[in-house]
Design a protein around this ligand. Structure first.
Ligand code: AGP
Length: 606
């Protein structure tokens, strides 16, 4: 949700900002803008609607004088349409600022500070700029502190004050900000992707601390304006892993990175053939003592949780619920100290997931989070963290992060079964062997993409598609449908196969694509019957089964198989087929696979 970057140092600020914005563009790409300070306090703005490439073009042809200090923003619109006026940076008096987040009381502030008639945009951000300028009398710290007392909501701000050259002030609440210092200057950004080419160590700006960036140092001040030492972290990604590496789109690259991501996530946690979380300091008592599990997440991460539930309930025989974080946080959830709350998030910054985590902790529940981004807010606020090792995921459509979330569900399910006496050592070891066999099974899928591309060509003309399955297959179908709709804009609905005839089957007509999953032996025949029902109504059926399955003649139009000996482990290879199906459909429609419309990578607003 909006990417922000700030820089002051000895490099060409315009180049640093534009490069950083390209790297942060997955966070939002409705419009982009930069503000450059000329070393004497004069600030010039450059903004463009659309992708960062548009802004780059304008800046390249504008004959912009060299500047060494500036701020940049790529927007995911919340308040006000996609226009140049609404694009950041915003200016008010001596203040120029960029913002990620939402100022919830901006209407009220507009009235209190009589801003009607002065505002040139429809954004909450411009109101924040006005409020800071209102308090500014030459003392930036005082102005920021006064503004913080009246601003409500989430924010990460980078602020330039016109009479203070070469300095950037930053402050945040909830919305993320990371910073780094190198010989080239001081850098701040929404996330690491924009910083890793400059520094291998960084820190997370603590909430409500004011960070003052100067070209040769950064000062961090606590709420009482006392200098504090930032807690330095080491980057665990390399620059290359955040680039396309010869692939046409990040999504395709990330799909292909899944075998490695799974290996990196699983192997370091295996000791004597069993999952072991000693290094993460996750005690067995956490798994032994809980009476139920509540999984909380959003989107794809939540669908990984659906697979977790379908796996864990039969294995553990305790209730496992999967909760949409934005619902959980407002609906008086049933969780207490006997509930193990498992929070899943790639970014570790999703605002609803974070709020749900905080609520769970208030209810006394221990929280274990499964997070990809090291040091993110969700990771820091959880009682225990199991980091996934997918590396940076740039494409908006999540692929490798989902794969490692699934791998983590398997690890947790296995450790819990063992700790609770439901698995013997032998059973645990066999489970992990099966999990690791998913890696070659995925590699096999990645080697045969032609058929998937063919199926995509059939789907691309459809207006509606259906994904059906039972049990674990139903959980996979949810993710498959989400992937297709988010990057191809084709309506895709996932349905429990047996439920279809209670209404939704009315929508099936001649040639409607139905992606059917029948990888679960105990309901195989039942699903086959459901497929017959849609086929009888003209559906174009794409069927996924295990390699060993014997399917009735004429049951489908296209048949994909996954190599899995055990039904519990069909998910990872199956989902790779679905990811590729979505990818090729989007590609064949000529869409921007990595930057689907209306979406942003991390959703840091409600
Ligand atoms: C899926 O492809 C999405 N981009 C989206 O659903 C995502 O999984 C969701 O917003 C949760 O994000 P998180 O894992 O960073 O919390």
């Amino acid at each position: 949700m909006c990417g922000i970057i700030g820089y002051t140092g000895n490099l060409d600020a315009k180049e640093v900002l534009l490069k950083g914005l390209s790297q942060l563009e997955y966070r939002g790409y409705d419009s982009a803008g930069i503000a450059l300070e000329d070393g004497k306090g004069d600030v010039s703005l450059y903004k463009q609607v659309g992708q960062v490439a548009n802004l780059k073009e304008v800046c390249q042809n504008a004959g912009i004088p060299l500047s060494h200090c500036g701020i940049g923003h790529t927007r995911w619109a919340t308040h006000g349409g996609v226009t140049e006026q609404n694009a950041h940076p915003h200016q008010a008096g001596k203040v120029t600022l960029i913002h990620n987040g939402i100022i919830e009381n901006y209407h009220e502030l507009t009235d209190t500070y009589h801003l009607q008639g002065q505002l040139v945009s429809e954004t909450d951000t411009e109101v924040a700029a006005q409020v800071i300028d209102h308090f500014y009398d030459g003392d930036p710290l005082k102005a920021i502190h006064s503004a913080l007392e009246v601003l409500k909501g989430s924010f990460a701000f980078c602020i330039l004050f016109a009479d203070i050259p070469e300095r950037i002030y930053c402050v945040r609440n909830v919305s993320p900000l990371v910073a780094a210092m190198s010989e080239q200057g001081a850098f701040v950004a929404s996330d690491l992707t924009a910083l890793i080419s400059y520094s291998s160590s960084y820190f997370i700006v603590p909430e409500y601390h004011i960070m003052v960036m100067e070209k040769d140092h950064i000062t961090l001040l606590d709420e009482q304006n006392q200098p504090v030492k930032p807690e330095m972290l080491e980057v665990n990604w390399d620059v290359e892993s955040a680039q396309k590496g010869g692939y046409p789109f990040y999504m395709l690259k990330e799909i292909h990175e899944q075998p490695e991501a799974i290996r990196k996530t699983v192997l370091p946690r295996i000791k004597d053939g069993l999952p072991d979380f000693e290094q993460e300091q996750i005690p067995d008592s956490l798994f032994r003592n809980c009476q139920n599990i509540a999984i909380v997440a959003c989107g794809t991460a939540m669908y990984a949780g659906m697979v977790g539930k379908a796996l864990m309930e039969p294995m553990l025989r305790i209730p496992v619920s999967v909760n949409i974080a934005s619902e959980f946080r407002y609906e008086q959830p049933l969780a207490d100290e006997k509930t193990l709350v498992i929070v899943i998030s790639q970014s570790g910054e999703t605002i609803d997931t974070l709020a749900a985590l905080r609520l769970a902790k208030n209810l006394g529940a221990p929280v274990l989070s499964v997070v990809n981004v090291k040091g993110s807010t969700i990771a820091r606020e959880s009682d225990y963290v199991l980091y996934t090792h997918a590396g940076p995921e740039i494409a908006v459509a999540s692929t490798k992060a989902y794969a490692v979330q699934l791998a983590s569900m398997y690890l947790i399910a296995c450790r819990m079964s063992f700790v609770r006496g439901r698995y013997t050592v032998q059973e645990g070891k066999a489970f992990i062997e099966n999990l690791l066999s998913c890696v070659p099974a995925i590699e096999k899928i990645l080697e045969q993409t032609d058929e998937i591309e063919k199926a995509a060509h059939h789907i691309k003309a459809a207006s509606d598609t259906y994904f059906i399955g039972r049990g674990l297959d139903y959980a996979y179908s949810l993710e498959g449908a989400l992937k297709l709709k988010e990057i191809s804009y084709i309506h895709a609905e996932a349905y429990a196969a047996g439920e279809l005839k209670h209404g939704t089957i009315a929508l099936i007509e001649e040639n409607t694509p139905v992606v059917a999953f029948a990888t679960q032996s105990h309901v195989f025949q039942k699903t086959i019957s459901n497929i017959r029902e849609v086929r009888a109504r003209g559906a174009y059926v794409i069927l996924i089964t295990k390699e060993s399955a014997e399917i009735p003649e004429g049951i489908c139009d296209i048949h994909f198989t996954v190599d899995a000996k055990n039904d519990q482990f069909t998910g990872l290879p199956t989902v790779v087929i679905l990811q590729l199906l979505a990818y090729y459909t989007s590609l064949s429609k000529g869409l921007d696979v990595d930057k689907p419309r209306n979406l942003a990578k991390s959703v840091t607003v409600e």
